[in-house]
Every structure is written in structure tokens, then in C-alpha cells.
Design a protein around this ligand. Structure first.
Ligand SMILES: *Cc1c(COP(=O)(O)O)cnc(C)c1O
Length: 380
């Protein structure tokens, strides 16, 4: 007869023996709270703020506090992807509302509008956002939101954030800035007058090409905050605790990475500028960029880790340059520690307005002399 050790059967003991007893071990790296639900006490109350992880979770809370601090906002919201965060902003609008966006806005946002939000009775104007007059002309009685993305993807056009925000506020219109590319290290839109900041945390915040995420940061608390919170919690496009943990970890080295990536982009842009096989380099850190002065005013510490260039040649010649690169991997996405190159036109498809000879680069943290050497052999 086996000795009786405990009153419970194996299945019960398996659960009892693995209950969380490690709340207070003072670990330096935070634990990951995978728990979907949290215990009530005998009065039916919760011991602290956590009830159910769609509503709130300690790892998500850490990330949301972090991004709202870094963007100088009052509230942060984390989502399962950048597109989910962008969608939440549009879902806070109502039928009949009108939105102004850049004509070269992030390509998937165009698809989202075409496939989903047009059907919801929102209306949209796409304008050249580098031209404040054009924004002003697009205003209607129903305009509720101006969407800004600067530097833009993939042509690195610059929009004047303070100028557009001033115009918007004179008409009681909200402004949202997609700050994915510059990151809060190089640009703080809420300080420049914007109401809403959005990120794809998949890119620089995560920083290692191993997690998807998005976030929204609001300048003020109030009715928009409550709307976004209910969209996040009721619609449930939330990130997992592990994803929040990864993005929080990425944020710890964001400043180091983007500083190095920005230095690499500036140096490579200057080198490419002098190459005969390169027609144009699109980078706001170059003096001949049409909006270099505006970028220098609203960005600080550099112009970011992304640049595009136009090859002197057609699509086939352009793609053959990309094929020769060895340190730049051909892949979609950006903001990771490794350098990437992409022929955007073929990714965006036939409706894209991106030039045939454009290559978009996401600079990594490799040594810049190696990156320049790679371009030297590819252009030869
Ligand atoms: C990648 C990206 C998005 C979309 O984010 P996902 O995380 O892929 O959903 C939005 N805006 C910009 C500027 C991006 O680069």
C-alpha cells in the first residue's frame, strides 16, 4: 500500500502545487503574468486593480505606463499590432465624420480605409501634407481628425506638426501622429501640439523583429480616453503578456539602438548622395531635402534610421542592386537591429504611387563602414 502523503488526488495536487507563490521575490527582470484571470477575496472584491486580462494585465500596465511617460502623454494603450491601434483611433469616430490624411500615408492604412472604414460611412481626403495650404483647403464642416505621418513612408516627406496642429485646433479638430519612424527619442508630437500619438511597436520599440504590437498615447484624459479604453477592452485587440514583456524589454535599449541607427542612416545617406548610380537620396537629414529645416526644428538628435533612394535605372536594374547587397536582407518591416532593404513598389502592388526605382532601407546597428562597403560592391 503506497503511503498517503496528502489528502488530494494527483490532478488536484498538480494544480495546488503550481499555484502562484512568487509574487514578491524582488526579481530584477519582471515576471510575465500569463494569467487570464485574478482571484477575488471573500467579499467578492479584487485585492488590486486586476480582474481579467482582456481588461488589464500587469505586463500590459507596465508597457502602457512606459509609452505614455516616454511620449509625455497622460494615458497609454497597448494593442496587438500597429494596425489595431490605428483602427481604434478610427473606431472612435462616428458615421459622417471626415478625416484628412497624407496622400502617401502608410500603405496598409489606405487598404484599411478602402476595405473597412469607407463602408462605415466615414469620408476621407488624401492631401499633400507637406503643404499646409492643401490641408487647409481640404477642411470641411465634418472634418473631425487630421492624420499625420512624418517622416512619411517610403518617400520621407515631412509634415509640419506644429503648423498643422495649430490649424486643426482653430477648428476644434483632433490631430493624430503616427510616430513609428522617429520614435519618442527623436520626436514628441504631443509636445508639438498633437492630441494623439500612434506607434507600431513592432518596429523600433520592440526593436528585434520578434514581436507585433501597437500603441496609442493621449495628451489629455477625458472622453476620448474613455472611448479608446472601451474600444481596447471590449473589442479585445490586445497584446499578450509575453508580447508586452518583449516590447517593454525593447524599450530599455531603444535610445541606444535608434541613436546608432540614426548615425548609420545619416552617414550612408551622405555617402550615397555622391554616387553616380544613385539619382536621389530621400532623407530629411540631407541639406537638400525640401523640408530639412522643418525636420530639424521638430525632430531632435537626428532624422531617424530610415532612408530611401532612387537608383539610376528601371525596376529590373533597381532590384538587381538589392539582390547584390549582402548585409541588407530583403524583407518587409523595419526598426530591428539588422539592416533591411525593400523594393516597396512590388510590395505595395499595382496601385502604389511609389517610384519603380525606389529602394527603402531600414538601418541596423552594424558598423557603418561595413554597410557602406556593401553598397560600394552592390553599385559597382
Ligand atoms: C508597420 C507600420 C504600421 C503598421 O503596424 P503593424 O504593427 O504592422 O500592424 C503603421 N504605421 C507605420 C508607419 C508602420 O511602419
Amino acid at each position: 500500500m503506497p503511503k498517503k502523503h496528502q489528502p488530494f488526488k494527483f490532478e488536484t495536487r498538480a494544480l495546488q502545487s503550481t499555484k502562484n507563490i512568487i509574487n514578491k521575490v524582488h526579481a530584477i527582470s519582471p515576471p510575465i503574468y500569463l494569467s487570464s484571470t485574478f482571484e477575488r477575496n471573500q467579499e467578492g472584491k479584487y485585492q488590486d486593480r486586476y480582474k481579467y486580462s482582456r481588461n488589464d494585465n500587469p505586463n500590459r500596465r507596465t508597457l502602457e505606463k512606459s509609452i505614455s511617460t516616454l511620449e509625455y502623454g497622460t494615458t497609454g494603450f497597448a494593442f496587438g499590432s500597429g494596425m489595431a491601434a490605428i483602427s481604434a483611433v478610427f473606431q472612435s469616430l462616428k458615421t459622417g465624420d471626415h478625416v484628412i490624411l497624407p496622400d502617401d500615408v502608410y500603405f496598409n492604412l489606405k487598404l484599411l480605409i478602402k476595405d473597412v472604414f469607407n463602408r462605415w460611412g466615414l469620408s476621407f481626403s488624401f492631401v499633400n501634407m507637406s503643404d499646409i495650404e492643401a490641408v487647409s483647403h481640404a477642411l470641411t464642416r465634418h472634418t473631425r481628425l487630421i492624420w499625420i505621418e512624418t517622416p512619411s513612408n517610403p518617400q520621407l516627406k515631412i509634415s509640419n506638426i506644429p503648423g498643422i496642429c495649430e490649424l486643426a485646433h482653430a477648428h476644434q479638430i483632433l490631430t493624430a501622429v503616427d510616430n513609428t519612424w522617429p520614435t519618442p527619442v527623436l520626436q514628441n508630437p504631443l509636445d508639438l501640439g498633437a492630441d494623439i500619438v500612434v506607434h507600431s511597436s513592432t518596429k523600433y520599440l520592440g526593436g528585434h523583429s520578434d514581436v507585433l504590437g501597437g500603441c496609442i498615447i493621449l495628451k489629455e484624459s477625458g472622453s476620448l480616453e474613455h472611448q479608446i479604453r472601451s474600444i481596447q477592452v471590449q473589442m479585445g485587440a490586445i497584446p499578450s503578456p509575453f508580447d508586452c514583456w518583449l516590447i517593454s524589454r525593447g524599450i530599455q535599449t531603444l535610445h541606444l539602438r535608434i541613436t546608432k541607427q540614426t548615425e548609420n542612416a545619416q552617414k550612408l545617406a551622405e555617402w550615397l548622395y555622391d554616387q553616380p548610380r544613385v539619382n536621389r537620396v530621400l532623407y530629411p537629414g540631407l541639406k537638400d531635402h525640401p523640408d530639412h529645416a522643418i525636420a530639424a526644428q521638430q525632430m531632435k538628435g537626428g532624422f531617424g534610421g530610415m532612408l530611401s533612394l532612387l537608383i539610376d535605372g528601371d525596376e529590373i536594374q533597381t532590384r538587381s542592386v538589392a539582390n547584390k547587397l549582402q548585409l541588407f536582407t530583403q524583407a518587409t518591416s523595419l526598426g530591428g537591429i539588422e539592416s533591411l532593404v525593400e523594393h516597396r513598389k512590388s510590395v505595395e502592388g499595382p496601385e502604389s504611387k511609389t517610384p519603380d526605382n525606389l529602394l527603402r532601407l531600414s538601418l541596423g546597428i552594424e558598423h557603418v563602414e561595413d554597410l557602406i562597403g556593401d553598397w560600394e560592391q552592390a553599385l559597382r
